[in-house]
Structures are given as structure tokens and as C-alpha cells.
Design a protein around this ligand. Sequence first.
Ligand code: SF4
Ligand code: SF4
Length: 429
Amino acid sequence: MGSEGHNKLEGLEKYRWDLVNCERCSTCKWVHAWSVKSKDRAKICPSSGMYLYDAYSAQGRFDVARGLLEGEIELTDKALEVIYTCTLCGGCDVTCKFSRDMEPLEIFHELRKYVVEMGKGPLPAHMPAVESIQKNDNPWQQPKNRRGNWARKMKVKDLNKEKAEVLYFAGCTYSFNADLQKVAQSTLRIMQSAGVDVGILGNNERCCASPVLKVGMEDVFNEYAVDNVNTFNKLGVKKVITSCSGCYGAFEGHYPGVAKRNYDVMQSMMFMDQLIQEGKLKFNKKVNMRVTWHDPCHLGRGGEKQDLWKGEREKWGVSNPPRKRNFGAGGIYDAPRNVLNAIPGLEFVEMERIREFSWCCGAGGGVRSAYPEFAAYSAKERVDEAKDTGAEALVSSCPWCESNLGDAIKADGSKIKMLSLVELIEMAL
Ligand code: SF4
Ligand code: SF4
């Protein structure tokens, strides 16, 4: 590898200690032993579950990163496959940290940034979404001037012209996907019925840019982050509410490292839970249904506040200053469960892998576009787990999860329904 490549390894160099000191203990592949409910559902890493070789787990990707650092390997097609067949779900991150001060997810981001800097990424399959974000401000090849169409029949404040306390940020998928627009419409109707002073940006809403961050294009992501934060700051809103767990993960987990904001961010289920607790959202009807809940990775593990640590690894790998480690347990798990438990008539049952040990739907990290068979495998695993609870519906609150799990249900011909939690709320009003 030439000197040009080595200069670009600076980002990975910061993690040399982690890469060298990974114990290859495989803890990152499994749910913690005391939380395992059955041997068939002990896995937490969908990538190693699908591909079965160590290379496709966190420890294997550490080996790839270390090999690149040491100049032992090149960015071959196989190495690129290993790097990109990861949903960035964070399962390994929370399980590794139980006993080790390591940062698997940060390392995977650095690895993808390096691939992009070397001109080998994103993969061709990622490019339609990447180019569409840069041209249309959404990954779905849709014109900007149709973004606000989901709300055109609704009476709602236009924050480009008026003031409101709350900005509802629908996100790209809930704005454009014909099957999922109902989620944005329901969310807005519910907020309005609870008396919330809410408005939208319509065609001027722009992608949160999470998809470009996930494939390694941090510079492009940062431009979007700064622009979105500036736009939201100027609106003078107290809160930004988004239905999309991917947008929430970007707004809460990554934007604070890029720009300073003057508003709070909540995912819609956190806000609905608050409205219920405050007595502003009251249920009048029973929903007689048995349901189970899928924790979206970006709301659960990824919804835990991040420590924006900047420091040094000293002797024996001691972090100076000490860093707060996120174990995933502080993610957004209670809010959707509180909402489910508040809906009259609803019977809520849990799957085996829940909260920080949830199994990923398989859509994240650019996997759905580049490795659809892997995305389908992960979703089928989750749908089977949901079916085993006897639930009539699998419920979530993320367009990526709803779409990928919904496709797996269709492919399987199962009777279980895929629902967004907001649909259940509206049924109960
Ligand atoms: S990444 Fe962490 S959990 Fe996985 S093998 Fe290395 S030290 Fe063990
Ligand atoms: S982020 Fe998820 S898919 Fe990627 S290595 Fe970790 S557990 Fe496996």
C-alpha cells in the first residue's frame, strides 16, 4: 500500500489500541448469557448469523481494520464485502462493552470513512440513494417539490411562514413512501387532537443524511447536519419531533457533535408517551389485539445519549479523561412500551430478544440496498421470533424496520400484520 493510503489511515489509527487488544472472545456475537431465553435466539449479530464466518462479526472486522493499519491487506472486493455486510445495529457494541472499553461502532464508521477516502466506497448499490440525497435531498429519487404532498389535504401550520412550538419532521420515507405516508398523517392528526402547536417544513424539509453517514460519507453528512441544525434553530421551535428512528438517531446521536442547537429532539413515541402522561392524549376505544414490539436499533441501542469523548488512550489502554461508556441500556425502550400498555384492550407480549439485546430488522447500514438477501434473512429471523409470541401484529416505529419486516411478512405469507405504533394509537382515540 502506498504512502497516500497510509495518510488516510489516521482515523483508524486512533483505535489502534482497541484493534490490537480485542480478545477475540466472541462476546460481541451473543446476547449476554443471563438474558438468553433459548439457544435458537442467543445470537445478537445478524451478520455473523447470516455468513457464519468470524470475518463477518465485530472481531473479524477488527482484524480487517488492523490488517489495513498494518499494511497487511488491501481493500479487495472481499474486504469491502466484510466491511459493508454489517447493519451497524450496535449489538456488538453493547455486548462487548460489558467487559471491555472498546468502541466497535466507532471503528466501523472509521473503516467506512477510510474506504470512501480510498475511492472504494460507497458500493455501486448505494449510489442511487447517495446521488439522490445530494440532488433531491431524499434517498428515493423523488423531486423536492413533492416532499410535502403527504400533508396537502391536512390543515397544518407552514413553518416557512408561521411560528409554532413544535416542528414535526416526517423524514424522507414517511414523506414519500405511498404505503407509509399514513404514519406521518396519523402522527400529525394525533398531535393536533392533543392541542399541540405544531407545524411542518413541507417541501423545504431536507434529508437527515443518516444514509450517507452509514456508508462512510461523513463530510456530506456534516454539511446536512449543519444546514438542518441552522434551519431548526432559526425556526425558534422548542421541540423537533420525528417519527423516523433513523432521523432520531442522527439528530440526537450525531448532530450534537457537529452543530449547536437551541431545541429539544424527541422521537414521536417519546412525545406520545409524554402527551399520555400529561393527560392530553386520552383513549376512548378498546383495541382488542395481541401485539409485540420491535425495538428499532436507532431508537433503542442507538437512542442512548452518546459521550462525545475526545481524549487519549494511555498506558494499558486507560482512557484519559475517562469516557462514559454506553451500554445500550439507556436507549428509548420504555416510551413505546408505556404507550402500548396504555392502549385499552391491547395485550402486549414481548419477544425473546428485547431492549439492548434486540435483533436488528436487517435494513440498516446500507445493507438493504447492497445485500438484500442478508436484509431478508435478518427480517425473517425477527418475524419468526414475533410469530412465536402468538401476536396478531408486529409493531414498531421506524420506516426502515416497518418496510423491511413488512416485506419479510409478505414473502413468508404469514398472517401476522406489520403496524406502526401510531396506527394503534389512532385506533384507540
Ligand atoms: S470486539 Fe469485544 S467482544 Fe468482540 S471479540 Fe473483541 S473484545 Fe471480545
Ligand atoms: S453492528 Fe450489528 S451486524 Fe455489525 S458486527 Fe455489530 S452486531 Fe454484527
